[in-house]
Design a protein around this ligand. Structure first.
Ligand code: NAD
Ligand code: UDP
Length: 331
């Protein structure tokens, strides 16, 4: 029996695939490489290139392989792009989930671990955010992911498909040996952008707004290491395999760092000056997003290894230095 990883050529998916292979798990990857990289997939995984929304293709994969459970990373995830092109997000993210659940149902596969997001909460009324807090997204990306959670819920009610929705906060870092890491094009995430400035590939960091309701005026976010995240997925697969009910968990460190604090930490880790200027607010950014993540610790037994944001940045810097042009596969 194999674990099917959808989006396994992407940033987080490739770390998950690597972890599964390290654990000796038979792993099948589906990815259309729209944002992912062939070179990011561990060579011991079996790879099918295709689109999750293509039912014929997906049925073929499920016919060929003996799939025990699915881990679903395949999605678009850039908030500002989703504000400009909402239908692209509902088509790929929400539409993809419907096709996937239909194919899973046809093949009697009943377990799915899903990449959800802090963006489903919108602007929180209280910090830290608990799983039971209202989910009121303020951008189409968050709305598309909330709809995916709701679709899984109703598929559970009707067909007994059991799911774990993992609501990630800000994912950062890389495998510490620098062999795989984050390579989005265009890059929009704070940590890789700061490191591109440290590398000399960008002139400066633009800090999007310093008039938020936070101690230093810049947004506060909760950073979690990509390998700690992968471990939580493995625990979620075990949780489902043990026959537990569908559930949702926040994945964060429970500690918030402001954008200015992240910049200072990166200056310390890299030893580079990293120039920064103030820019206008980015649409769709809530003041602070910090997770209450004790539920994942208590129920799944999750024990994140990285509790220091500098250690997280250090692993991202190791990847950046080993691969100054990322996977170098863009033409
Ligand atoms: P990514 O873009 O690096 O990875 C997504 C992968 O899915 C890519 O390899 C892409 O080619 C593939 N893909 C997309 N649409 C597909 C489709 N229709 N068919 C087949 N493959 C498809 O993104 P990431 O940063 O690794 O994020 C992975 C997941 O985690 C996403 O679902 C995202 O919403 C979620 N998430 C990410 C973060 C973060 O901080 N990076 C935070 C919260 C949630
Ligand atoms: N950010 C920034 N400059 C950049 C990129 C990001 O100031 O060039 C800020 C962004 O406004 C947010 C934080 O960094 O406050 C984290 O943004 P990111 O896109 O990494 O993750 P998000 O919180 O949107 O999931």
């Amino acid at each position: 029996m194999s674990i099917l990883v959808l989006g396994g050529a992407g940033y987080i998916g490739s770390h998950m695939v690597d972890r599964l292979i390290e654990n000796g798990t038979d792993t099948v990857v589906v990815d259309n490489l729209v944002t992912g990289h062939r070179a990011a997939i561990n060579s011991q995984a079996k790879f099918y290139q295709g689109d999750v929304r293509d039912a014929d293709f997906l049925n073929h994969v499920f016919d060929q392989e003996s799939i025990e459970a699915v881990v679903h990373f395949a999605a678009f995830s850039i908030v500002p792009e989703s504000m400009a092109k909402p239908l692209k997000y509902f088509d790929n993210n929400t539409g993809g989930m419907i096709t996937l659940l239909e194919v899973m149902q046809a093949h009697d596969v009943k377990q799915i671990v899903f990449s959800s997001t802090a963006a489903t909460y919108g602007t929180p009324k209280q910090i830290p955010i608990k799983e039971t807090d209202p989910q009121l997204p303020i951008n189409p990306y968050g709305a598309s992911k909330l709809m995916m959670e709701q679709i899984m819920h109703w598929a559970d009610v009707a067909y007994g498909v059991k799911f774990v929705a993992l609501r990630y906060f800000n994912v950062a870092g890389a495998k510490p040996d620098g062999s795989i890491g984050e390579d989005h094009g265009p890059e929009t995430h704070l940590v890789p952008i700061i490191l591109q400035v440290a590398q000399g590939k960008r002139d400066e960091l633009k800090i999007f707004g310093d008039d938020y309701q936070t101690p230093d005026g810049t947004n506060v976010r909760d950073y979690v290491h990509v390998l700690d995240l992968a471990d939580a997925h493995i625990l979620a697969l075990k949780y489902l395999a043990a026959g537990h009910d569908s559930n949702a968990f926040n994945l964060g460190s429970s500690t918030g760092f402001s954008n200015k604090q992240m910049l200072m930490a990166a200056r310390e880790v890299t030893g580079q000056p990293i120039p920064a200027t103030l820019a206008a607010r980015r649409p769709g950014d809530p003041d602070s997003l910090v997770a209450a993540s004790d539920k994942a610790r208590d129920v799944l037994g999750w024990q994140p290894q990285y509790d220091d944001v500098k250690e997280i940045i250090k692993t991202a810097w190791a990847w950046t230095q080993a691969h100054p042009n990322g996977y170098d596969d863009r033409h």
